[in-house]
Design a protein around this ligand. Structure first.
Ligand code: NAD
Length: 251
């Protein structure tokens, strides 16, 4: 039986594409027929993704307006359109109570997680509005829906991503463009290892912290993103979507 290819011929632009969730999503979208424009910072390793047919890679710092304008322009010039935008680059910042949380770190987290998402929307949406179609998926988190002690920068930034998603969806829904966000719980990744190590969370406690009894896999986030990107999700707009083994509803 042939693999279903619901994204056949669609052009997907993905930031943070060399990371755990970005890579899994790029791989799944490629399997489902998408052409890919992958974006990450200068020394990022895209691995074998960069060698696949229909894949172009670009380097950019998502906090820099000129670099964002350039990655969007280059992707658009390379493929002629942008059907899907996974606005996904993010950093976690330190784990410290607010009184010890350096303002400099708070600003760094906001620069990537909020300015980066805002700038991506600012430069991609005009292209999608001109086309009259497009699906944007922003990376928020369960940390964008409820509190997490020690994570002021990350938590507040992911709440901001939810706000940006709602505003953007209202601004573009009448023109055929959709903007949703995904809110993963803890996913096996460098980012979660770093957060758990900083918080001193033992291996045993990590799995038990989730009602499903385990952390998720990057591929499980990718499935949700690929669905939201597809025409099957045509009436889904302005919404947040958890993929978290029931973590959010347990808090
Ligand atoms: N891993 C999790 O458990 C989890 C849970 C919820 C939400 N998320 C969110 O999902 C997204 C992806 O997370 P991940 O686990 O794949 O993390 P990751 O660290 O593996 O990947 C993040 C990617 O973003 C890139 N990046 C960072 N700063 C950048 C910048 N200034 N410009 C361009 N690229 C930059 C990194 O180089 C990296 O490749 C993030 O927004 C994260 O906050 C992750």
């Amino acid at each position: 039986m042939s693999t279903p290819r619901p994204l056949e011929g669609k052009v997907a632009l993905i930031t943070g594409a060399a990371g755990a969730i970005g890579t899994a999503t790029a791989r799944l979208m490629h399997q489902r027929g998408a052409l890919l424009a992958l974006v990450d910072i200068a020394d990022a390793d895209f691995g074998d993704l960069a060698e696949l047919d229909g894949v172009r890679t670009f380097t950019a710092d998502v906090t820099d307006p000129e670099e964002v304008a350039a990655y969007v322009r280059n992707a658009h010039e390379a493929f002629g359109r942008i059907d899907i935008f996974f606005n996904n680059a993010g950093i976690e910042g330190p784990v410290k109570p607010i009184q010890d949380y350096p303002l400099e770190d708070f600003r760094k987290v906001f620069a990537v997680n909020v300015d980066g998402v805002f700038l991506g929307l600012k430069y991609v949406l005009p292209i999608m509005l001109e086309q009259g179609w497009g699906s944007v998926i922003n990376s928020s988190s369960v940390a964008g829906l409820s509190g997490a002690p020690g994570m002021a920068g990350y938590n507040a930034s992911k709440h901001a991503v939810l706000g940006l998603t709602r505003v953007a969806a209202l601004e573009v829904a009448a023109k055929g463009v959709r903007v949703n966000c995904v809110n993963p719980g803890p996913i096996h990744s460098r980012m979660m290892d770093s957060l758990d190590d900083s918080a001193g969370t033992s291996e045993d406690k990590r799995d038990k912290s989730v009602p499903a009894g385990r952390y998720g896999r990057p591929e499980e986030v990718a499935s949700l993103v690929a669905f939201l990107a597809s025409d099957d999700a045509e009436y889904i707009n302005g919404a947040f979507h958890t993929v978290d083994g029931a973590l959010h509803v347990s808090t």
